[in-house]
Design a protein. Sequence first.
Length: 325
Amino acid sequence: MFWGKTGVAAALAAGVLALGACTGSATSVTSGSGAVDSTQQAKPPVSPFTGQRVRSQGRVLAVKIDNTSLGRPQTGLTYADIVYVLPMEGGLSRYMAVFASHYPPSVGPVRSAREEDLPVLRQFGRPAFAFSGAQPQLLPVVEHARIVDLYSGKVRGYYRSQSRFAPYNLYATTHILLSQAHQASRAHDIGFRFGSAPQGGRVMKSFTVAYPAAKFQFKWSSRVKRWLVWTDGSPDRATGHGQLRPATVIIQRTTFRTSRFLERGARPPYAVTTGSGGAVILRNGRAWNVHWSRPNSNGGTTFTLPSGQRMTFATGQVWVVYARK
């Protein structure tokens, strides 16, 4: 049979299309304008906690961590997506570290829960919560909260370090904790927004937040483009990873009331994390005054500029420091 030029071209085109269909290979898509767009591979998701690309939205693991001189340096904090700084009895502070993008091999020193932890945890849905216990009346309240209960007295994965003394020597192996937390919620939107810095702000080289018996300084490093954390006048370091260095720091001013549950005969402070108020956002060596709002504990917190525009954070680890207004 004789094939003309037109017939040969048509046959070749049909063969190419058939080959693509048989091999399952991607084919080009022609837009309505006639331009050819290459099929693009789907991008990995973005963490709602850090604004960074992640392999998948991981299960949320929250851990209470000591922040006294006897508990430093802590282990695993550099892996955290978010670090909450909460007031404690005696004018001290304690950390709640939240992991979902990456999990350290071990984390600690793990310490006990307080009533104020529960509203913070609720925004995550049903997070896994690792803690060393609570006072007798509070413990059942925590264990019946909307969490995956990883109390050290009930689950596997905890161990005592021989290099420290109790209660500052309790650590947890995260992969063992997570193996018992299959029902934990995955990371989702809690109100954070990430992107380029908004206009304005004021140059800020250092910012200090003081509790009665604890002091935090966040010093901007133009070299590493992060806020270096100093606690009680000394660099706050993580074992094996150097000084702690968040990309964004939120100083959230709020009411401190007292807890319903006694600790050593006194009612500890309770930072109220719902409602609204003022805050200072530190990012990129500058500070912005913003308004925060969290109508109820089931949702996250929004941060807005005076213009009404949502405040954007620098991508990376976020610290939230609750300060008395």
